[in-house]
Ligand binder design. Structure first.
Ligand SMILES: [Zn+2]
Length: 118
């Protein structure tokens, strides 16, 4: 089953809501990594709140998750790897603060990019 099918079927903002409080990834791990569906739900929550989806040249869905907290991004990449999805991490330094989907970001942010099946 592709990630896309998981994330469409199992949609949850709960894990993401947990991250809004002071981030304690170690505390979240047992819940997030309960099973593949839970990992996918967590990634879906992040992508929904702080992500963007675009089609690339090969017409594959390209999902990008942005976060100022590089620990969250690294953790997301780790989860994607467990789901056998290749992901790349980029670090961007912007000239000033900027806004995506009405959220304001600081100058340095990290993003993880991966392909979802469409
Ligand atoms: Zn589970």
């Amino acid at each position: 089953m592709s990630l896309q099918r998981w994330i469409v079927k199992i949609y949850s903002r709960e894990f993401y809501e947990l991250l809004r409080k002071p981030v304690d990834i170690e505390r979240l791990k047992p819940y997030v990594e309960h099973c593949k569906e839970c990992m996918a739900a967590f990634i879906r929550g992040l992508a929904d709140a702080e992500g963007s989806v675009a089609k690339d040249a090969a017409n594959l869905g390209r999902i990008r998750i942005l976060n100022a907290n590089c620990r969250i991004i690294r953790y997301t990449a780790e989860l994607l790897k467990k789901l056998e999805i290749e992901a790349k991490i980029y670090k961007r330094t912007m000239k000033r603060r900027f806004t995506i989907n009405r959220r304001c970001y600081k100058r340095v942010l990290t993003c993880v990019v991966f392909h979802g099946h469409t």
